[in-house]
Design a protein around this ligand. Structure first.
Ligand code: CLF
Ligand code: SF4
Length: 321
């Protein structure tokens, strides 16, 4: 298998060299989250892996709250909705693509939506969230597009643990299960994070803390994220989604979550203000206004328990040599 890059690990970004853009990013900057709003474009319905904490009826748990539905937009409708939202929310600084499936598993939509908005709004900050499987394929385009903020969910460095978290990985037209799938995913996540960080992209690593599954491994995941050049980690609580394989697991206790963040803060800055927002969230992190904008440009009313029809896909491009 060929890799994008096998150079030495990148240099971690520090507070001093944080770009001006990041100071206006409500997730990357705690100070910014009361001042600046973000808008998610739900243009990415498909996913290419099966997380055991995910119920496909709902949004991606990596970047959204389970049990809350979203509309799906084409890039054209997403641009139209953006124009309406920007008019009403002048402090909008970030346009993010966070599902409801995976931003890279729907790359054509993701890229088109970014390009359309970027053309007339070059000052906008663009942000993607991904499970990382397709980073070795699309990271060069992400860099070319000038996207400076990418979130990768990385829950473990051990394929044996990965096999407990992911029930399949669909990659290059083939479905992999167990250890095999977990190894492919892990390898691509690590390669992609390193590649992006070395090229000045601020990578946030999201880690879902799952008691009894990966909790004891989280400090080593954070250390690895640092070594690869990530900007910060966001240790998130498991929200056991009804109907998912992990539905019966206990939700992560806030005290344990904060203890873990305190422990990991020694190695890398920690995000502590994440709201696990929906894939079509709009507004300040703590004040979702997405409902105000339904029936606007998309013409689609929100549906309860809408199925996102996230299918395994096979439209991947060739890996960069
Ligand atoms: Fe969206 Fe994620 Fe970008 Fe933020 S959310 S793609 S980095 S603009 Fe933010 Fe929401 Fe937490 Fe995500 S509060 S779930 S960390
Ligand atoms: Fe669900 Fe895919 Fe997100 Fe995992 S990466 S939580 S399977 S949508």
């Amino acid at each position: 298998m060929t890799y994008l890059c096998n150079q030495s690990p990148g240099i971690r970004q520090t507070a001093d060299d944080t770009p001006e853009q990041t100071r206006r990013h409500p997730c990357y900057s705690r100070e910014a989250h009361h001042q600046y709003a973000r808008m998610h474009l739900p243009v990415a319905p498909q996913c290419n892996i099966g997380c055991n904490y995910c119920n496909r009826k709902y949004d991606c748990v990596n970047e959204s709250r389970p049990g809350v539905t979203s509309e799906i937009l084409t890039p054209v409708l997403a641009e139209q909705k953006f124009i309406v939202v920007k008019e009403k929310i002048p402090n909008l600084s970030v346009v993010g693509i966070a599902g409801p499936g995976d931003a890279l598993a729907n790359w054509d939509n993701t890229r088109e939506a970014v390009l359309r908005i970027k053309q007339s709004n070059p000052e906008m900050i663009f942000c993607l969230s991904t499970n990382g499987l397709l980073l070795p394929h699309y990271a060069p385009e992400i860099v070319e597009l000038g996207i400076k903020h990418v979130t990768v969910t990385l829950c473990t460095l051990d394929p044996a643990t990965g096999a407990k978290i992911y029930h399949y990985v669909y990659y290059q037209g083939k479905k992999y299960e167990g250890l095999e799938g977990a190894r492919i995913l892990l390898e691509n996540q690590l390669t992609g994070i390193r590649y992006l960080a070395q090229r000045g992209v601020l990578v946030k690593v999201n880690i879902v803390m799952i008691k009894g599954i990966n909790d004891s491994e989280i400090p080593s995941v954070v250390k690895k994220a640092r070594q690869l050049g990530a900007f910060m980690t966001n240790i998130m609580p498991l929200i056991p989604a009804e109907g998912s394989a992990f539905a019966q697991l206990p939700p992560t206790n806030l005290q344990e979550l904060n203890q873990m963040r305190d422990l990991c803060q020694i190695d890398l800055r920690q995000m502590r203000h994440c709201k696990q927002c929906r894939a079509d969230a709009i507004g300040l992190l703590g004040e979702d206004r997405s409902r105000e904008f339904y029936n606007g440009q998309s013409g689609q009313a929100p549906k309860q328990n809408q199925s996102m029809a996230m299918q395994p896909i096979n439209g991947e491009r060739g890996r960069v040599q």
